[in-house]
Design a protein around this ligand. Structure first.
Ligand code: 26W
Length: 823
């Protein structure tokens, strides 16, 4: 079932909208107003299908997924919706016929990114939503409608400066407010209990503060199948806006507090990635959207089912990391306190309905809430967690005969803290990692005690990305070439790309493939010219590292390598160097000092390199500010080299690695996360692997046998490179600026190991791998072949594959076949 498109109706809608909402004609409306008009006309088509999908849900009451996530990094919707509806060209034709001399792309640019996420975890949730609709799986994405998404980054004097992301200022044409589905969420107060006439004990929360959760639904359009799921984002409102007028002093005070709570609750996305902070407001956000979602899911379930014992057959809650792990206890609360079930029944239902995905092994990312804070905010939920833990510890002792020491280590509550990962594991029937190696590390290392007790819960689901956005929309020329060559089945079956393999040696295909890469490089050069004022050489190797700035991702190693090249060129001005453009994009958490200093360092090196007449013949360094989904769609298709250089074992999966590969870039990477699976798919000739393996890293940590000091002393080039951090080469006005970075690489500071991410250890092997890149690039045909092979072998990394695996191995969902009757 594809989407019905009626050209003349579409035209009328645009004109009507411009007239009714902007009180203007086409000639004098702004680009923004035009965008709004086009978006509403598209939404109008979507709405009919949305209603039909909803009707099919109601008729068939299929098992439904609730994907609980604090983050959905959706980006822009217009272009993506047009791709999935298959009406991109038709809409451009309408614009042409209306005599609007504007490209659809320019209209698309008017849409602000829905930047409701930090990085990998949030973007994964967005790709999953696209695949769920495309595969016709009944699902809701459930999250928070933040008033401000991830901050806007500007670079001022080489430093990151954050600005608020007021993404809703022009309204959001895609959302529908669903006041009818509002829920009350309770915070604080006390819990009292009473025993009823049958001897059953009841718990009641009193003197609480409450907020109203109001859902806004955004359509997630399936690819040419007429299937629309909802992304349900919860907004907060005060429970009764008129309450202020009616109450006495005490109630007045409370009403004011509730107003404030509602205002602050959904104000802003926490901009930390992989770093837990323990802020009370964050816990409020977590409970807020989880409680709203669960209340609504249970209410919906009860409309068509009489027994809650059927819940696990009809509903599954997937927790995207531990951020929504409070769902385990909230579901227990609803089943016990509102539905009057007994503990054992409630726990059985809960542990067959909840599932948990782990996305990181970084210790500093682990969420553990102080008991004081938690029990004050969520007193009843805390009681329930205590009871879950009490029974869990008894079972470890009596059924699993574990030592008190191990039981203490596994306890959900210990040392004054509630460990959310442990709650998630105990309360779920499935625990999955996001790449094969990551899952192995969870089982054998980080969560091994839990694996020993619950081996059947653990499984792997290697991440994926949606080809509709990351090829279809981001790289339309390559998409067209591929469709022309092997047909369009790849849109819904990415393994079809294997059919490109024979074309890796077809001269005319190679030329077209290479021409397209060149156009994409020119397109990026224009973007950089506009935004940075720097002119790029599109014949140079575009070497790209775009991702959150984090020490474990080792942007610093990339920069040190650039400094090594700088020295090489200075030493040998008549040498033959392969021209390279190093491109960075990265936001640092606003409170992460070291990461921000590394951004400053990248920009200092860029200034040095780009302003040296000798060096700039060969090297250019650019830092693209405000890396986000939209500019990723311009950056990634232009890359020749994809930098995936995390310290082995630290990057759970990575997903930009997959986007680059799909677009024909070659990976320079460590054997970490999904890089390992990319390596398996393309083979050793089509990737540049270097550095320590996971096992070597884990052993080095354990043995403590690492001395960066030795490398610093024995490798004169590395020595010289590090010294340029402190001798004023990069920051003549303040030579001490980068001392902290220098020190952390070679000197132990307090409890901190020196060079904990093994940058110096891997720098030489990295440098050697980069020399192989140069060599490979000089063989122009060989390089194009490798690039084509990368694209051809990227089929495994479609999020459609990932979602099918989740569905058959965890969720037990079935595709909802829509018949004509549902319309
Ligand atoms: C509580 C603070 C906090 C915030 C975000 C802790 C942890 C996170 C995320 C789990 C970090 C994250 O985005 N992890 C990334 O998840 C991707 C999707 O699975 C993986 O591809 C990345 O390797 C992983 O770093």
């Amino acid at each position: 079932m594809s989407y019905s498109f009626n050209k003349s109706k579409f035209k009328e809608e645009i004109l009507d909208h411009v007239r009714n909402f902007s009180r203007k004609t086409l000639e004098d409306c702004s680009l923004q107003e035009l965008y709004q008009a086009v978006a509403f006309a598209v939404r109008d088509i979507i709405t009919d299908h949305w209603i039909a999908t909803q009707r099919a849900y109601n008729q068939k009451t299929p098992k439904t997924l609730y994907y609980l996530s604090m983050e959905f990094l959706i980006g822009r919707a217009l272009g993506n919706n047009l791709v999935n509806m298959g009406i991109m060209e038709e809409v451009q034709e309408v614009l042409d016929e209306l005599n609007i001399k504007i490209n659809l792309a320019a209209i698309e640019e008017q849409e602000p990114d829905a930047g409701l996420g930090n990085g990998g975890l949030g973007r994964l949730a967005a790709c999953f939503m696209d695949s769920l609709s495309t595969l016709s799986y009944p699902a809701y994405g459930c999250g928070i409608r933040y008033n401000y998404g991830i901050f806007k980054q500007k670079i001022e004097d080489g430093y990151q400066v954050e600005y608020p992301d007021d993404w809703l200022k022009n309204g959001n044409p895609w959302e529908v407010k669903r006041t009818d589905n509002a829920r009350e969420i309770k915070f604080g107060g006390t819990v009292s209990s009473f025993v009823d006439e049958r001897g059953k004990i009841h718990f009641v929360q009193q003197d609480y503060e409450s907020v109203l959760a109001i859902p806004y639904d955004m359509p997630i359009v399936g690819y040419k199948n007429g299937f629309i799921n909802a992304l349900r984002l919860w907004d907060a409102e005060a429970p009764d806006k008129f309450i202020l007028r009616f109450f006495d002093q005490g109630a007045y005070q409370k009403a004011v507090e509730q107003q404030t709570l509602a205002k602050t609750l959904v104000e802003v996305l926490y901009p930390n990635d992989n770093h837990y902070q323990g802020k009370e407001l964050r816990l409020k956000q977590q409970y807020f959207f989880v409680s709203a979602t669960l209340q609504q899911a249970i209410a919906k379930f009860k409309k068509s089912h009489s027994s809650l014992y059927l819940l696990p057959e009809k509903v599954v809650f997937q927790m995207n990391d531990t951020h929504p792990a409070v769902a385990v206890a909230e579901l227990m609360r609803i089943l016990l306190d509102e539905e009057q079930l007994e503990w054992d029944e409630a726990f059985d239902i809960t542990t067959r309905t909840c599932a948990y995905t782990n996305h990181t092994i970084m210790i500093e990312a682990l969420e553990s809430w102080p008991i004081d804070l938690f029990s004050k905010l969520l007193p009843r939920i805390y009681q329930i967690i205590e009871e879950i833990n009490r029974r869990f510890c008894i079972s470890l002792r009596e059924e699993h005969h574990l030592s008190e020491n191990i039981i203490h280590n596994m306890s959900i509550i210990s040392d004054g803290q509630i460990k959310m990962a442990y709650l998630a594991i105990v309360g779920s029937f499935s625990v999955n990692g996001v790449a094969a190696i990551h899952t192995e590390i969870l089982k054998k290392d980080v969560l091994k005690n839990f694996y020993n007790v619950y081996p059947q819960k653990f499984n792997n689901k290697t991440n994926g990305i949606t080809q509709r956005r990351w090829l279809g929309h981001a790289n339309p020329e390559l998409a067209a070439l591929i469709t022309h060559t092997i047909g369009d089945k790849w849109y819904t079956d990415l393994m079809e790309l294997k059919k490109l393999l024979p074309y890796a040696h077809d001269k005319s295909f190679m030329k077209e493939f290479d021409d397209i890469k060149f156009h994409n490089k020119v397109r990026l050069a224009q973007y950089v010219k506009e935004h940075n004022g720097i002119v790029l050489n599109p014949h140079s190797i575009y070497d790209v590292q775009v991702k959150r700035l984090h020490e474990y991702k080792r942007q610093l190693m990339n920069v040190l390598h650039i400094l090594m090249l700088y020295n090489e060129i200075k030493d040998n001005p008549n040498g033959n160097f392969v021209p390279r453009t190093f491109i960075f994009g990265a936001k640092a958490a606003p409170g992460y000092r070291k990461a921000k200093l590394i951004i400053k360092l990248i920009n200092a090196v860029a200034d040095k390199v780009n302003n040296d007449p000798l060096v700039r013949k060969y090297l250019t360094v650019v830092f693209i500010e405000n890396y986000n989904v939209s500019n990723a769609e311009i950056i990634i298709p232009a890359a020749n080299v994809s930098e995936q250089i995390s310290t082995a074992s630290k990057e759970a999966s990575g997903t930009s690695n997959m986007k680059f590969m799909l677009n024909g870039a070659l990976t320079v990477g460590t054997l970490d996360g999904a890089n390992i699976e990319i390596y398996e798919e393309v083979g050793p000739e089509n990737i540049f692997i270097f550095g320590l393996t996971c096992q070597e890293v884990l052993e080095l940590y354990k043995s403590g046998n690492y001395s960066p000091w030795d490398i610093y002393h024995n490798d004169s080039e590395i020595n010289r490179t590090l010294k340029s951090l402190i001798n004023g080469t990069l920051s003549p006005d303040s030579p001490d600026l980068f001392v902290e970075i220098y020190e952390s690489l070679i000197n132990r500071a307090g409890d901190n190991l020196s060079d904990p991410y093994f940058i110096l250890k891997d720098l030489r092997p990295y440098h050697a791998a980069q020399k192989l890149v140069d060599k490979a690039y000089l063989d122009k045909e060989g390089w194009i072949q490798k690039a084509i092979i990368n694209t051809a072998c990227s089929g495994k990394f479609s999020s459609d594959r990932t979602i099918k695996q989740y569905s058959s191995e965890i969720w037990g969902l079935e595709s909802l076949k829509m018949n004509k009757k549902s319309y």
